[in-house]
Design a protein around this ligand. Structure first.
Ligand code: F0G
Length: 358
């Protein structure tokens, strides 16, 4: 029986992987590209969702982490370090422990989702909660990597971007060409940069007839790229993208200009509305940051930017189980309380409005 072998083996010819590279993999990649008829009906486009929550630790970070950790071990590293809003730390912890090396992770105290914190701890990371924000954590991680024997695995490490570009290859394999538009949530803009590179390579290989327009979406309270300036105190309920000074800012602007792309800002209310639409109409459960691409689609379609019939791919970056509390909040902000019933068939049939079947 065939089993997906992880992105380094599946795409060995398109990554810097040699016989000297130990392949540290948890089987990442090969995630589903799911048609989303409910979003197509709302927008007139042909919409697909690349569900990156289906990776081993529940986010797209695994594609980059398999590459970064494999290369780190190839170069003799015994310890890796990262700053994280949660997903990178969960992924780094899992791949490091699989490789038998140490992961140190710096996270903003009180600002990462419970599921992600639990993952990093479960996988045995040295987890430190820094009394600062993500941008402070990244400054410190870079400083430590420059001055101590720890290997940095944030997306400023090009191996991360290389691994993550494989998601674009998978999209092209399923669609047979590049989409017209690719929409994606943005924090550090590493993933935006990675997809742009992946699609560019596909075009250069002659496998596709076009490159997609790359649209990236930040949360309104954390939108430095949209505003054109560093945000000192970024805020949003989408904790994964609560970033005020993106590491790949310059690369992202180049990618935008090359692809006739766009960066937009989405309010937390619109992120939560899109989160609800995706889970209740499409059947895909994501964490709030991931819903920024869905909200971005609805906003751009409304603005008339996405012609009817266009092929649109949305990356949804992280699984809903990492940060499930948002599903238990109704549209008006009230708490959702499941109905309680007795151990009684008649009562339950009544509550479910079931009539006897004859
Ligand atoms: N979506 C999710 C779920 C994320 O965790 C992140 C980044 C992004 C989107 C944005 O990706 O930074 O490449 O633009 N999370 C990082 C982390 C910062 O530490 O887990 P980006």
């Amino acid at each position: 029986a065939h089993q997906w072998r992880g992105v380094l083996r599946e795409y060995a010819d398109r990554l810097d992987v040699t016989d000297a590279t130990p392949i540290i993999t948890l089987g990442e990649g090969g995630t589903p590209l799911i048609p989303a008829p409910a979003l197509s009906a709302r927008t007139g486009a042909r919409v697909w969702v690349k569900f990156e929550g289906m990776n081993p630790t529940g986010s797209f970070k695994d594609r980059g982490m398999t590459m970064a950790v494999s290369k780190a071990v190839e170069h003799g590293a015994k310890a890796i370090i990262c700053a994280s809003t949660g997903n990178t730390s969960a992924s780094a912890a899992a791949y490091a422990t699989h490789a038998g090396i140490t992961a140190a992770v710096l996270v903003p105290e009180g600002k990462i989702a419970m599921g992600k914190l639990a993952q990093a701890i479960a996988h045995g990371a040295e987890l430190l909660q820094v009394r600062g924000n993500f941008d402070d954590c990244l400054d410190i991680a870079r400083d430590l990597a420059a001055n101590y024997p720890v290997h940095l695995v944030n997306s400023v490490n090009n191996d991360r971007i290389e691994g993550q570009k494989t998601a674009a290859f998978e999209v092209v394999e399923v669609l047979g060409d590049a989409p017209d538009f690719h929409l994606i949530p943005v924090g550090n803009a590493g993933n935006y940069t990675a997809y742009t590179r992946g699609y560019k390579e596909e075009a250069e290989r002659g496998v596709t007839t076009k490159r997609p327009r790359m649209f990236g979406f930040q949360a309104e309270g954390s939108a430095p790229i949209v505003r054109g300036e560093i945000v000192r105190d970024p805020e949003t309920i989408a904790s994964a993208i609560r970033i005020g000074n993106p590491a790949s800012w310059e690369l992202a602007l180049t990618a935008r200009d090359e692809t006739d792309g766009y960066f937009g800002a989405i309010s937390d209310a619109k992120i939560l509305e899109a989160h609800r639409i995706l889970s209740s109409e499409v059947g895909v459960f994501v964490e709030p940051a991931s819903a920024a691409s869905v909200a971005g689609l609805l906003e751009r379609a409304e603005a008339g930017v996405i012609p009817a019939g266009s092929t649109v791919v949305l990356t949804v970056t992280g699984h809903g189980l990492k940060d499930p509390q948002w599903a238990l909040q109704a549209a008006d902000g009230s708490e959702v309380r499941p109905t309680s019933v007795a151990v009684d068939v008649d009562e339950i049939a009544g509550v479910l409005n079931l009539a006897p079947s004859g």
